[in-house]
Design a binder for this molecule. Structure first.
Ligand code: BGC
Length: 540
């Protein structure tokens, strides 16, 4: 009996991740990401048009905490060869970057294509391919042409066609070489965050209709681009497309909050994914109902969540080749107390759901307060997507760690990447999820939107005071390249090669923890078997 118990205890340790096989499945791909406005600079070279960041930060520099803007940033427009070399040094299988809409179409519309703009991405794509690195291209990453913002931006339904025009031109330019595409980055930020809080460029604060009009228009824009590719480019080039969603994982604060938590997941992840991935198409029915009732109570003769026509529903449904998942953090969900006004969604709660979102005090913080570290969340998020969307294959297109400290010896980032990768391995090996790759945000420090250059996400540090924008690998770059090289989290400690970067014992080095997982496991196996052997012997 004791023997059986010991063996079950061992199996539990196995399942609990203590004895996890730390190898990634064959074919699992590793990458790193950036986006156009965050790294390119060259805001006005040649005939490039203005985007919302150019125009808003030039007219209002104090909006950014360090008074900076992306005029020069990492200067990747000129330094792209160095970026490609960095990606190569890391051993990346792919590099995810975005195309700037107003660099390709200076007016925002297809009346003029910039030759210089088109050339820039040609050079970058060819440079990557020459080194055997796959370009993964995002069409839109928060940098709307100002001309389109002036016409209402993402709340104008015509934007779906304007985006489709732009997408067709980019496909024509690069589809012969680019095989993996992301149409739009993080609609949850573009719609829910921006319109509900109004504190991110384009600084429009309109909580009633803004998030929901934007939500619908983003889905239509994505679907039109997907269908253009599917009909006119896929037969020849056989690439794949998705939209990058960034659900925050939500756990119930207590048992009684379970149902509410599932509703909140549908309000966030579901509202942006069900119309594309679910078997029925359209909004999550629970959310459609809540929004209709809430709008009625507010006196609206219609729901603030705009409905889809049957044609629109069909247009959007099934427009995916994989699920692109950006994932950073998690929250606990609880019902709002009496007289407590929850919100704004999605950072603090939702008045429509009467739900409050909180950070578990036991979670570690990063230097970006809302990105608390909760690695178990990524496994649960993956499992939720797998179960809800018929075991869709998932590419993690962003995951990363923020620091204010520019130090090269960034053990916090190493621990973060390792802990999240371990949970991803558990999702693959224990939950049977089909995760096909992982992307670190970011290849290098860059313009972190409203935080300017004060927050660092880079595997490489960038000296923003240096005219050449000198890039240097951090400890995490050595760690990540070693993981990629060994295709495993079980990497020889000696292969980290970054101890020359260490500041005098200021930070505790926990990077050997992956090896410890393995040693723990082996010791546990030996103990269990020896005990079982002794037991069986004494019983006889
Ligand atoms: C965005 C990136 C951003 C990162 C860190 C993601 O939501 O796609 O552009 O830099 O988060 O905040």
């Amino acid at each position: 009996m004791l023997c059986v118990n010991l063996i079950s205890a061992f199996s539990l340790l196995w399942v609990g991740g203590w004895c996890l096989d730390l190898k990634f499945p064959p074919g699992f791909q590793f990458g790193a990401a950036t986006s156009a406005y965050q790294v390119e600079g060259a805001w006005n070279v040649s005939d490039k048009g203005e985007n919302i960041w150019d125009s808003m930060l030039h007219s209002n520099p104090s909006l950014i905490s360090d008074g900076m803007n992306g005029d020069v940033s990492c200067d990747s427009y000129h330094q792209w060869r160095t970026d490609v070399q960095m990606a190569h040094n890391l051993g990346l299988h792919f590099y995810r970057f975005s195309v700037s809409w107003s660099r390709i179409l200076p007016t925002g519309f297809p009346n003029r294509i910039s030759e210089d703009g088109a050339k820039y991405y040609n050079k970058l794509i060819d440079g990557l391919l020459k080194k055997g690195i796959e370009p993964v291209v995002t069409l839109y990453h928060f940098d709307l042409p100002q001309s389109i913002q002036t016409l209402g931006g993402w709340t104008n339904p015509l934007i779906a066609d304007w985006f489709a025009d732009y997408a067709r031109i980019v496909f024509r330019l690069y589809a012969d070489r680019v095989k993996t595409w992301i149409t739009i980055n993080e609609p949850l930020i573009m719609c829910d965050h921006i319109y509900n809080l109004g504190n991110v460029v384009p600084m429009v604060h309109e909580e009633e209709l803004g998030p929901f009009l934007c939500n619908k228009n983003v889905l239509l824009a994505h679907a039109k681009a997907w269908r253009i590719y599917d009909e006119d480019f896929k037969p020849q080039y056989n690439g794949k497309l998705s939209i990058a969603n960034n659900p925050i994982w939500l756990d119930p604060a207590s048992e009684k909050d379970e149902e509410l938590t599932e509703l909140a997941r549908e309000f966030g992840a579901g509202r942006y994914s069900d119309p594309i991935y679910s078997a029925e198409g359209g909004w999550p029915p629970s959310i459609e109902k809540i929004m209709a009732e809430y709008s009625k109570k507010q006196g609206y003769p219609y729901s603030r969540l705009p409905s889809f026509t049957d044609e629109e529903k069909k247009l959007i449904q099934g427009t995916y080749d994989f699920y692109s998942l950006n994932h950073y953090t998690a929250r606990l969900v609880r019902e709002a107390h009496k007289n407590e006004t929850p919100g704004p969604w999605f950072v603090a709660g939702s008045k429509e759901l009467n739900a409050v979102l909180e950070i578990d005090p036991t979670w570690a913080y990063t230097d970006l307060s809302y990105l608390a570290v909760a690695p178990k969340g990524i496994r649960r998020q993956i499992k939720w997507l797998k179960d809800r969307y018929n075991n869709v294959s998932i590419l993690i297109t962003e995951n990363g760690f923020a620091t204010r400290d520019p130090d090269l010896y960034d053990t916090g980032r190493i621990n973060f990447i390792r802990d999240y990768l371990k949970e991803i391995l558990l999702a693959i090996k224990e939950d049977g999820a089909n995760v096909i790759g992982y992307t670190v945000w970011s290849l290098m420090d860059n313009f972190e939107w409203m935080f300017g250059y004060s927050l660092k996400f880079g595997l490489y540090s960038v000296d923003f005071k240096d005219p050449q924008r000198l890039r240097e690998p951090r400890a995490s770059a050595f760690f990540y390249s070693s993981v990629i090289k060994h295709h495993s989290l079980d990497i020889p400690h000696s292969s980290h090669q970054y101890h020359h970067l260490k500041r005098k014992n200021l930070i505790q080095d926990k990077t050997s923890a992956t090896s410890r997982i393995r040693v723990n496991c082996e010791l546990m196996l030996i103990y269990t078997l020896s005990l079982a052997y002794i037991l069986v012997k004494t019983m006889h």
